[in-house]
Design a binder for this molecule. Structure first.
Ligand code: SF4
Length: 110
């Protein structure tokens, strides 16, 4: 085996290890976030901050909405995945809000 062949073999090994490391880091970095979003406790409308922001789990019963179609799922703050019933909202750290919910801080997506 020539020096050139040995260098190529070394590069191939390095690239395999590097690709494996990137894939593992990506999976490990994503898993906790996915688990966190699913495991968040649901925000209670009786939570003091939720109550102050008039949060409701059912936007059809919300008082003071500008647009009847407004709900958490179409709010700019909502971080839930499409189709999920519950998702994170940065206004309520550590809790999940109902995708069909609403609060006075609803922000329209532009
Ligand atoms: S800020 Fe938006 S996503 Fe968060 S609770 Fe209010 S309406 Fe829902």
């Amino acid at each position: 085996m020539s020096q050139h062949d040995q260098n190529d073999e070394g590069r191939r090994r390095f690239l395999k290890v590097a690709a494996g490391g990137v894939a593992a880091a990506t999976v490990l970095g994503t898993l906790p976030r996915m688990a966190l979003a699913q495991d968040l406790p649901h925000l209670s409308p009786s939570d003091p901050t939720a109550s102050a922001l008039k949060y409701t789990e059912d936007s059809s019963k919300a008082v003071g909405k500008k647009d009847p179609k407004d709900a958490c799922f179409n709010c700019n703050f909502y971080q839930g995945t499409a189709g999920a019933a519950w998702g994170p909202c940065p206004l309520f750290p550590g809790k999940a809000v109902s995708s069909k919910g609403w609060c006075v801080s609803h922000a329209v997506m532009i």
